[in-house]
Design a protein around this ligand. Sequence first.
Ligand code: 9EZ
Length: 527
Amino acid sequence: MRVLVSDNISQKGIEILKRSGLDVDVKTGLSPEELRGIIGSYDALIVRSATKVTADIIEAADNLKVIGRAGSGLDNVDKLAATKRGIVVMNTPGGNTITTAEHTMALLLSMARQIPQATASMKQGKWEKKRFTGVELYNKTLGIIGIGNIGSHVARMAQGMGMNVIAYDPYMSEERVRSLGVKIVSLDELIETSDFITIHTPLTHETRGLINAERIGRMKDGVRIVNAARGGIVDEKALYDALKSGKVASAALDVFEHEPPEGSPLLELDNIVLTPHLGAATEEAQDNVAVAIAEQIVDYLTKGTIRNAVNFPSVPSDVLPRIQPYINLAERLGSFLSQIFEGGIETIIIEYKGGVCNLVLEPIKIAVLKGILTPILQETVNFVNAPLIAKERGIEVKEITTPDAGDYHSMLVITVKAGRKSSTVSGTLHGKKDPRIIAIDNFAVEVIPEGDMLFISNNDRPGVIGNIGTVLGRNNINISRMQFGRERAGGRAISVVGTDTPVPKEILSELKGLPNILSIKQISLPV
Ligand code: 9EZ
């Protein structure tokens, strides 16, 4: 079988592929046309981030069985197009933990001591001792936003340097964070009391623009900020203004809203340390991810075992066809629920009702967990590690099987809880494979769980629906479908409004201001 490696990966990975008897071609720097021209004869494709595996490429990939990403980010692979052709997409999450955490420390120290600026000065023949007076990390407060694997490692290293470490993470169990000797605080307290702030979250709906002008305004004067996580979490315009005014003493960025950040005014500042997305760029990490992806590809091509796939469960290929529609339903219900639920989750209850109980339920459970966790943690989650991540985050998972599904052949009823808050979504398959939501909390509705939607809670009064349609129409947003459910005439109601495009923040705010609207959540599911 033939493997194409189209980006530079460590030789250690190539050797593993060759040793297992695969026919390996390494061809980097191909144009999209060249890749399209040759992809048809390969069984596997291995990439890093450079190769864009678009729907157009996948269309020409007549023999492709698996796409492997050496690393975690999968922005460059059209996963949906791959899934439609039955191509497994795998990544290697976790391989970049140490390397990213160490780069964060490198940025923190070089920012505190102005090492890049001092180097540049000396190269100009200068000896500017006064200009480059730095600050110590010792006894300073480091605020870590997002304390998963990378954030936790940063915390341990910073503690080793005598820093006082505090953290905010809405999705991490308090016990786990406390066991690190880190104080858990609210986001407001972190913002207002930290001397240094570092971010270790994925880029999501919630974290885009998290470090904005308003939050920077509440930070300590002379705060120092590091972002080695994802571009877009820090609002670059707001950061520029604050670096210029001195509100933020200095910043260190490894990631940018646009990469490379061509023409960005940030490049002209003296009080900034910049690296070209080097978080994962160490020999060790590149060896780790190349070896991991090579082993995963070999196992899949020679034994059919799926590991770390983001679009297929790890089950024997003969059981897959029967459970696949339920996997799809489970993942969509989980994702929907996660997007309507606010804040951390403590408990997940999965009820399997009716005929589905006769199938293997473990992969369906994993699909629910992956669906719930992906909007929160993005590409870190796959069909293998979802249960482990839930456990690490202190989420309890309960399963209930009931042979009776009322009028349906089968139903999945999923509930998430935190404290006294809870939300439930029920779903079924229409025909043999079409997923449907049939209830949200206590409201009966029939919703096709795909594409962009607004989930609106409102009072059941005349004119509410008309107003929503008017605002969307005036803003040129086309409605694809609308469904309503209500407890009783004139009582509480929900509306699910499908839109052809996502609804921008400003228009969401306008909708929230309409009479009788109680809350609105934007939801995005695969098409
Ligand atoms: C942080 C977050 C959300 C957040 C999101 C995710 C780990 N993590 N943390 C600050 N996935 C809102 C504010």
